[in-house]
Design a protein around this ligand. Sequence first.
Ligand SMILES: O=C(O)C1=C[C@@H](OP(=O)(O)O)[C@@H](O)[C@H](O)C1
Ligand SMILES: C=C(OP(=O)(O)O)C(=O)O
Length: 432
Amino acid sequence: MSNKSLTCLQKGLKGSVQVPGDKSISHRAVMFGAIAEGKTEITGFLPGADCLSTIACFQKMGIDILQKGDKVTVYGKGWSGLNEPSEILDVGNSGTTTRLMLGILAGRPFHSVVIGDESIARRPMSRVTEPLRQMGAEIDGREDGTYTPLSIRGGETKGIHWVSKVASAQVKSCILLAGLQSEGKTTVEEPSLSRDHTERMLEAFGVEVTRDNMTVSVEGGQALKGRSVFVPGDISSAAFLLAAGAIVPDSEITIENVGVNPTRTGIVDVMKKMGVSFKEKNKRDVNGEPVADFVVKTSNMQGTTIEGDLIPRLIDEIPIIAVMASQAVGTTVIKDAEELKVKETNRIDTVVSQLKKMGADIEATPDGMIIRGSAQLQGAELDSFGDHRIGMAMSIAALIAKGESTILDTEAINVSYPTFYEHIDKLRGTEN
Ligand SMILES: O=C(O)C1=C[C@@H](OP(=O)(O)O)[C@@H](O)[C@H](O)C1
Ligand SMILES: C=C(OP(=O)(O)O)C(=O)O
């Protein structure tokens, strides 16, 4: 287990970095490439542990995938090119791999076993196993298919009209992927709009997708065509640097090539509401996904309320938003965010317990947290609990805390941002 010691910065952050590729888009590019006919060439791929788990699972199903840094070539052979794996499919720490892959497996006429790490074993899978069973897949697993390990035998499935209780892109994508292999039409309705990378990328791979507000449909029996995919930088990774730029005194930094798909930019809305001093520049469109650069400066921020439809648009950014809120004037209230409890950790508990250790005035609520700002954070021993986003959020908090902090189990950060500390070092001017 690796730990990291950090102290309060003596000077501001300066310069510019390009955050690594978007995790959600990288997973989808590999998966869609694997089920498509012909070659898919991916540039800007995130070589983080989660996306490497996706590659390894599809290799076990007989797909040739070559990966070198951020370049990946996937030699898809169509839906029927996937073979029954002779080994267990290990998703590691990745919820996205688990749920999207189950949708693909649901329509494949073979048996497979899906397993992940300790954290995956705690995450609810019935939100996907239930609809997939209704579509016709045979699924078994711990607590009747609620948790991994899961075994699935796919085959002939039927379209479904599924009304999801949660705004979850993983649930939506899973059902749509099963629907593409099913008889008839499949529709997913969600309570608020979750990220729409699946819809966008399926269209780019030649699939017809019908969208109407919070409802998405596909007809079964559609094939995907391999293509080139350029993956923009991950706004969820950029969020840590945007927050660092805003809270570390005397900072001005540029973050280039950030994906700004409107279903992901809740953090930008919050930065506006909190009064963060930033500019969004060079907005452009790359492969059907909008991209921009950000310049952010040390800011005087106010507390705000974050709730409702905004939550799915920033769900992974809440740990770092809590750190920003601890430095704002006034109170920040985060509501409607129960989903935080079923991420890599219970992120309400882990954020609140670790920021409390640093002296923040923060309390957990049943669906979020309340943070009273203007705190002088103190260095402390902080645990990531094996959750990449907690490790990074606490590392940024440590940059403004009095005294030394030690972050435990920072290896977890490799899940989504393997070059995180290199980038912090670059911005603080301590790169070798
Ligand atoms: O579809 C995706 O790529 C993701 C969807 C979100 O999860 P949910 O679908 O569980 O909300 C998000 O938290 C996760 O990091 C990635
Ligand atoms: C929740 C996350 O990912 P996943 O669900 O893919 O494990 C995350 O990256 O914060």
